[in-house]
Every structure is written in structure tokens, then in C-alpha cells.
Design a protein around this ligand. Structure first.
Ligand code: HEC
Ligand code: HEC
Length: 332
């Protein structure tokens, strides 16, 4: 009698555990919201978005008037540039791979090391950076104030002359509109069981199961927004450069996997050429520690039970949704 009770208790408990597992995992994978919420001090308005779009495409934002945001974040390249590393001011290569601006408004921190806390804070970085657009912000304000079209637009949108703070706000507002339409994966999550091929479904099972990807790649962007050391390379100290903490060395923000098939090459240094290469990198397994003895942040990965590289790549391809149509504007 006693024994019976124990056995049924064990059965009951184990049922509970297995019944809970898929639910927890499902709540980690959610559709992309259709809109980015704007901060209170920078509400999105159509006129502000239009102004931001012009600034985004305007090479006069750079020191030599040759480079715009869209030079590196090109609409026809999923708002990246297709390069491992892009040439910045004077043609010198930057140190990190260009990130996409698609769906970027859903992040809570920006850049590979998370050093900017808002899109407003992020926007002036590349303009001022000596290695990117190399533009003096005082000069930029003077330059834009001499363009009548911009003077009128800043007056209408902000009630001021062109100034750095409102340049940043307009750029941020434009980027918040770069939200992709539902991907096959979103349609699948919404209940359309045929939206994914059988191979992609197998990939999804691995992704949220044995391969452990979902530990870090979760939520609407398939990024937890946290920082990890995968040992991709040991040149760039990553997050440690801004936190000053030794344990943050070589850590980078988990990238979004939205439209990932369109933004090759991959990783913070652009060292992986294709999605097959990235998945093979994970599949081979990552050593437990780097050259300086720092342990890597990969305990959650169980590579032994993950062997279907093609299925994983098929799943990753299902994460692409159509980008909103943006035609390069006529500049004032
Ligand atoms: C010369 C190429 C280049 C130009 C020009 C450039 N960017 Fe970038 N962008 C990059 C690179 C490289 C990164 C990643 C840098 C890092 O993490 O240190 C990046 C990162 C970003 C991010 C962060 C994305 C994320 O996922 O956190 C945003 C947003 C962004 N850029 C917007 C802009 C805007 C707006 C402009 C124009 C004012 C601009 N960029 C100009 C190359 C460029
Ligand atoms: C421990 C957290 C973690 C786990 C688990 C994880 N990733 Fe990542 N992933 C990251 C980080 C961090 C990066 C960026 C690393 C870098 O550039 O140094 C990354 C990069 C990527 C990239 C390249 C993205 C880009 O824009 O360059 C892809 C694709 C990717 N991961 C897919 C996967 C797949 C598939 C799995 C499961 C096999 C997985 N990840 C498991 C954290 C993780």
C-alpha cells in the first residue's frame, strides 16, 4: 500500500515535470510585436520619421560628406552592408561587424558591447566617431542650419533650429519604424502549422531542445540582450571595455536572430561567412575555457545530441520577415 503510494507519487511528479517543460519553452519564443514603443520624451510622429529618414540617408552627416548611415546600414542589404568589417572614415576598417537596424528598436542596449542605453544615445556615436563618420557635431549643426529645407523641418517637428539632440531623436524615431512583417516562424507561432517545412520544424525542436540555443536566443528578437563569451575570438575585449570588469572580457550581446539569413557574415568580428559556418561552429563544440583560462559561458550547450546542421539552418531561415519599404528620400 505504502509502496503503491510512493510509486504513484513518483509517476505524478515526473508527469508534472514533463508537462511543464514545453510550456516554459513556448513562453520563451514569442512573435515579434508589430510596433516599437517610443520613449515618452521622443514620441514617434510621421513628420519626425520623415526627417529621421532624410538624416539617415544624408552623407552630409559625415566629416567628408561622403558617408551616410545607409552606407553601412543599406536597405537592400537588410540594413547591414554584407561585409565582415566595413571601411570607416579614410577607408580604415572598423573593428566590428555592422549590425542591422531592422527591429533594433526592441533592444534595451545597443552595439555589440551594449554601451548605449537608447537609440537616442546611440545615434550620435557613429557621427562623432573618428573612425566612422568623423564629423564634428558643432560643425554639423552649423552645416544643417544652412540648408533651408532642414531648417523648416526641424522647426515643424521640434520647434527649434537643427541641433544634435534633435538629430539623434529623429534618427531614433526613423529606426523605430524598421520593424519586419511576420516571418514564417511568427505565422507558425500564431497557429499556422504549415508555415514551417518539416526540416525547419526539426530545426526548431533542436533549437529549443537538445542544442540549447534558446537559453540565450529567446524572446521576440531571439536574443536575451545579455552578454556572453563564446570564444569567437580573443582579440576584442568586448563588454569589458565599458564595464571595466575582468569577467566581462570577450563578452558580446546575444545577437537578434531576426532576418539572420540576410545579414551574413556573422559574429562580432564577421569571422563566420555563412549560417552553415555558424551552426558548424556551435556543432563542433566550444572549448570550456579560453587561452587566458577564462571559462566560456556555454555550460548550457549540449552539443552531443545536436547533429542536424541542415535542419537548424532551415529553421534560422524561417526567421526572415519582409522589411518595410523605404525608398531613399529626396534630400533638402
Ligand atoms: C562605417 C560604417 C557605419 C556607419 C557609417 C554607421 N554605422 Fe551603425 N554600426 C556600424 C557598426 C560596425 C556597428 C557595431 C559597432 C559596435 O558594436 O561597436 C553599428 C551599430 C549600429 C547600431 C546598433 C545596433 C544594435 O543591434 O545594437 C545602430 C542602431 C546603428 N549602428 C545606427 C547607425 C546610424 C543611425 C548611423 C548614422 C548616424 C550609423 N549607424 C552609421 C557601422 C556603421
Ligand atoms: C550562451 C549563450 C548562447 C547560446 C547557448 C547560443 N548562442 Fe548564438 N550567439 C550568442 C552570442 C553572445 C553571439 C555573438 C558571439 C560573438 O560575436 O562573439 C551569438 C551569435 C550567433 C549567431 C550569429 C549572429 C550574428 O548576427 O552574427 C547565430 C546565427 C547564432 N548565434 C545561432 C545560435 C544557435 C543556432 C545556437 C544553438 C546551437 C546558439 N546560437 C546558441 C549567444 C549564444
Amino acid at each position: 500500500m505504502h509502496r503503491m503510494l510512493t510509486i504513484s507519487l513518483i509517476i505524478f511528479l515526473s508527469l508534472e515535470v514533463t508537462a511543464e517543460e514545453p510550456n516554459k519553452v513556448d513562453s520563451d519564443l514569442v512573435p515579434l510585436p508589430r510596433e516599437v514603443k517610443a520613449p515618452k520624451n521622443n514620441p514617434t510622429t510621421p513628420a519626425k520619421v520623415e526627417l529621421g529618414k532624410k538624416l539617415f540617408f544624408d552623407p552630409r552627416l559625415s566629416g567628408d560628406d561622403k558617408m551616410s548611415c545607409a552606407t553601412c546600414h543599406a536597405p537592400d542589404k537588410a540594413y547591414g552592408d554584407g561585409l565582415a568589417l566595413s571601411p570607416g572614415a579614410g577607408g580604415k576598417l572598423l573593428e566590428r561587424n555592422t549590425q542591422t537596424c531592422l527591429n533594433v528598436g526592441f533592444f534595451k542596449s545597443f552595439f555589440w558591447d551594449g554601451r548605449a542605453k537608447s537609440l537616442e544615445e546611440q545615434a550620435l556615436g557613429p557621427i562623432e566617431s573618428k573612425v566612422e563618420m568623423d564629423q564634428d557635431l558643432n560643425e554639423l549643426e552649423v552645416e544643417l542650419a544652412a540648408i533651408p529645407g532642414y531648417v523648416t523641418e526641424f522647426q515643424t517637428v521640434f520647434g527649434t533650429k537643427p541641433n544634435r539632440e534633435d538629430i539623434a531623436k529623429a534618427l531614433a524615431a526613423f529606426q523605430r519604424t524598421l520593424v519586419t512583417e511576420p516571418s514564417p516562424f511568427d505565422q507558425f507561432l500564431a497557429g499556422d502549422k504549415d508555415a514551417l517545412s518539416d526540416e525547419a520544424k526539426r530545426g526548431l525542436e533542436l533549437f529549443r531542445g537538445d542544442a540549447g540555443c534558446i537559453e540565450c536566443h529567446n524572446g521576440p528578437l531571439l536574443s536575451d540582450g545579455k552578454f556572453y563569451r563564446l570564444g569567437v575570438s580573443f582579440k576584442d575585449e568586448g563588454r569589458a571595455k565599458i564595464s571595466g570588469k575582468k569577467e566581462d572580457r570577450y563578452r558580446f550581446r546575444t545577437p537578434s536572430l531576426r532576418n539572420i539569413a540576410e545579414t551574413a557574415p556573422y559574429m562580432h568580428d564577421g569571422s563566420q561567412k555563412t549560417l552553415e559556418d555558424v551552426v558548424t561552429f556551435y556543432f563542433r563544440g566550444i572549448p570550456a575555457s579560453g587561452p587566458d583560462g577564462l571559462s566560456l559561458d556555454t555550460e548550457s550547450l549540449d552539443f552531443l545530441s545536436f547533429s542536424d546542421i541542415d535542419a537548424m539552418v532551415e529553421f534560422l531561415k524561417s526567421l526572415s520577415g519582409k522589411a518595410p519599404k523605404v525608398t531613399p528620400p529626396k534630400l533638402p
